[in-house]
Design a protein around this ligand. Structure first.
Ligand SMILES: [Zn+2]
Length: 491
């Protein structure tokens, strides 16, 4: 059952998320973040709302802030006076479909109709053509890239705050927004709470938080501009920074290499998958801020394995299934200059993580009966030094797909990934790693994180790929919006 669910999720994420991912990743005909020193772009979705939109306009006026309103056509039709006022007060109007429906569930023709109807409402109220389009939930489908949409610039966002939920509250919302208060950010907020999934009074919290944020922005000399202005600023900014970037070909911010597009795509799919997987199967971690391992308690279902401590792991035994944090793995992999460098980095993080893991098990009574920790790894030289037993994965579909998956993962995270796979073909066989809970606690519970030692380099590299085979994803920076999307959010 679980495997079936996983399969379905995998297929779903491949087919349905890909267009969204492409747009988010490559900015293909999509604007989501600008380059600007002291300007942000506030954007408001789902309005106009007869209660909250006027209050919002008052607030924006007080701070001389300009914003972009992605309006729902049917609401705009009911409140042309609000549309006129938005326009009159110097804000920009964009389209958010005629009804708040996702493009995935509509035929391309219907989407086109939604856009045209909303554009007409805006034109009739203001005399202006609308040029900016944001699909509900930020969900685009492949047809949104075709010629039919050519007249519209797709606009997403770089900062999202769950402001449609009233329980986030003005205080937390303020904190979240202040963290993103820096040039170039495109803030996504909502001036209407009647959309499916939202809370009717949530905009009240948003208004309270926004006032505080605008206050702070004023103090710091940051102002809000429309999306149109932000796009212009960004075009200028890009020209200015072109000469800067050319000094270091292939290198991004902070000296991290820029990955080729196909790697970024794989990495993003993994990110998405890992989020879904963690939520669905309630994975735990010892350190939410900076996780190394994720794990969950399951009943062991494989062939019997002799344990290093003398016992035997058999079907039905409670085990902790370990998943390596792919974000961490990817970060280390992309920064490493060589295999040795990567191994050193991994040893440091692993040596820090294992004691935490041991203590976590000790302090969680529900985990006390866990017999062993269990994971699957690709690099399988040396983990014995950490107390792990290595066993072959039984041949079959699972082993084959795991091999494929782990090879893919290796080629992405490893500094010389592909070359490495070619050179070490025979070693690229997934193995099961098991460590009895007893051994882990004995070895690590009392120890503090220590500095890496030379002989444990190779073992760290082995541990690095400890992971469950279903955990299919690595992380790419700046992808909060996809993460939020996974939570099924109204946008
Ligand atoms: Zn929306």
């Amino acid at each position: 059952m679980e495997t079936l669910l996983l399969g379905l999720f995998y297929i779903f994420s491949l087919y349905a998320f890909i267009p969204g991912l492409i747009s988010r990743l490559f900015g293909f005909r999509v604007f989501k973040k600008g380059i600007a020193e002291n300007e942000i772009a506030l954007t408001f979705d789902d309005g106009p709302d007869p209660v909250y939109t006027p209050q919002l306009l008052e607030l924006l006026k007080r701070y001389d802030a300009k914003a972009t309103f992605f309006v729902v056509g049917s609401s705009a039709e009911k409140h042309p006076e609000l549309i006129q006022r938005i326009h009159r007060e110097g804000h920009l109007l964009g389209i958010h479909n005629y009804k708040h429906k996702t493009n995935w569930l509509m035929r391309p023709k219907t989407v086109t109709k939604h856009i045209a109807m909303t554009a007409k409402v805006i034109k009739e109220a203001t005399g202006q053509e609308a040029h900016y389009y944001r699909p509900p939930w930020g969900i685009v489908n492949l047809f949104d890239y075709t010629k039919q949409r050519h007249d519209y610039q797709l606009v997403l966002w770089s900062a999202i705050f769950r402001d449609w939920r009233v329980n986030v509250g003005a205080d937390r919302l303020t904190d979240k927004m202040l963290k993103k208060l820096r040039g170039g950010e495109v803030f996504l907020l909502h001036d209407c709470g009647t959309t499916f999934g939202a809370n009717p009074t949530a905009p009240q919290e948003m208004l309270t938080a926004l006032e505080r944020v605008l206050d702070e922005a004023e103090r710091r000399g940051i102002r809000s501009i429309t999306i149109q202005d932000m796009i212009q600023h960004t075009a200028q900014g890009k020209n200015d920074s072109l000469s800067e970037a050319s000094k270091k070909p292939g290198m991004g911010k902070g000296g991290v290499p820029v990955l080729p597009w196909y790697k970024r795509l794989i990495v993003s799919l993994w990110l998405l998958w890992e989020k879904l997987f963690h939520v669905m199967f309630h994975l735990q971690t010892t350190d939410n801020e900076d996780p190394m391992f994720h794990f969950r308690k399951i009943k062991y279902s494989g062939a019997p394995i002799e344990l290093e401590s003398g016992g035997k792991l058999v079907k039905g035994d409670p085990v902790l299934e370990l998943h390596f944090d792919n974000k961490k793995l990817f970060q280390l992999g992309s920064k490493a200059k060589s295999s040795v460098h990567l191994a050193i980095q991994l040893v440091r993080t692993t040596e820090k993580a294992l004691p935490d893991l041991a203590r976590y098990i000790q302090s969680h009574p529900e985990l006390n009966d866990v017999k062993a920790l269990y994971g699957i790894t690709m690099i399988n030289r040396g983990p014995e030094q950490f107390g792990f037993t290595i066993t072959d994965l039984p041949k079959g579909l699972f082993a084959t797909s795991t091999t494929f998956y782990l090879k893919l993962l290796m080629s992405v995270i490893h500094p010389n990934g592909r070359e490495r796979i070619k050179a070490h073909q025979e070693q690229m066989v997934p193995k099961i790693l098991v460590i009895p809970t007893e051994t882990l606690i004995k070895r690590f519970a009392g120890t503090e994180p220590s500095s890496p030692s030379a002989e444990s380099k190779s073992s760290a590299a082995s541990i690095a790929a400890v992971k469950g085979s279903k955990d299919k994803q690595v992380e790419v920076k700046d992808n909060e919006e996809t993460a939020e999307l996974n939570a099924g959010v109204p946008v």
